[in-house]
Design a binder for this molecule. Sequence first.
Ligand code: NAP
Length: 349
Amino acid sequence: MKKVFVNGYGSIGSRIAKFVKEDSDIDVIGIGKHSPDEKVQYAINDGFSVYVPKDESGNFKDFDISGSIESVLDDCDLVIDASPGGKGIFNRKNIYEPKDIKAIFQGGETVFNDNAVADILFNSRVNYAEAFDKKYVMQGSCNVTGMGRILNPLKEKYADSLTRFDVTLVRRWADLEQTDKEITDTIEMTEQPHHGTDVKAFFGNDVPLFVRAIKVPTRQMHLHIMDIRFNEKAPTVDEIHTLFKNEYGVAILWTAKGTKDIRNFAESTKFNFKDTNMLHIHANMTKSVDDTIQLMYSDDQTGIVIPENHMLLQAMLFQRDYNDAVKRTEKLFGMEEKKKLLEKHFSKS
Ligand SMILES: NC(=O)c1ccc[n+]([C@@H]2O[C@H](COP(=O)([O-])OP(=O)(O)OC[C@H]3O[C@@H](n4cnc5c(N)ncnc54)[C@H](OP(=O)(O)O)[C@@H]3O)[C@@H](O)[C@H]2O)c1
């Protein structure tokens, strides 16, 4: 059994810890908390041993803390770092490197410049086996993971006729759990979004991908509006939907009016955390016009990267065959069943 520590217990870390602890090959030896707030007790109540930074243990006197993050990592196979974006690089330099321990970083970090946390950005559908021998790997962010999952099947099928992808990312303002984060009534423009560059980290710089991003006042997922251009007449709408029919982690929905409909369904059907863990192609919005396919899909911001982290764990800790890894991830997340239920509920008729 491999020992895994989850450093950070926010939107992403708490989900990862709760799902991964169900894997019989993995022992989640604890989680890292950095603020002495009520979530420390939630984590203990959830059955986790809580560890805190050595220098800050005095602030956690009111809680039953199991020890320091620094000491628990002395006997650990891999850390999943789920710290706020930009902090992972400090953890790598100050803790993980000196302890010579493997680590997974999340999408708020970078693989470029002096702050690079890793030399590989992971997308299970694209470069699964490349993570086998790596000590440090960055999991793509939710938007980057989503774009990879759409672009890869398109590239595989239409490599010779694709000429350009233009994507507008309509990003959510905050997560469901971030109740203390105020949602501002504005549409915010993002200068130089990192998402296109991150996608190119696994597809190569020559991918003709152009990304714009805005942020809108909602907690209910991201929406990607994508124009896919061909050097000939574009495929039919049916052909595009058929391409994604059996794609793992992609559901094809016809009657969702908005992203909240999907979240409400996930909640009423008791999906864990109200997450679908996937992308939803809004099939009623797909158009084939001359040389262009117009596609819209929503991206479950918090849910989508959690099964990806599990895939990545399996690559880094067990070098497991891809299909076996998918089977084990499916056992934990039940995404095939979720997809079936979603597609039935939002079916055409
Ligand atoms: N939220 C999403 O939808 C989403 C989707 C994909 C990827 N990501 C990425 O996932 C990462 C985590 O995001 P999140 O949304 O989970 O953030 P979050 O909800 O703000 O949680 C961050 C957690 O990190 C802890 N933390 C604070 N300082 C730390 C440090 N120095 N080292 C380790 N942990 C520390 C915080 O602990 P305390 O609360 O105790 O201070 C908190 O539990 C980011 O890189 C983000 O870009 C987020």
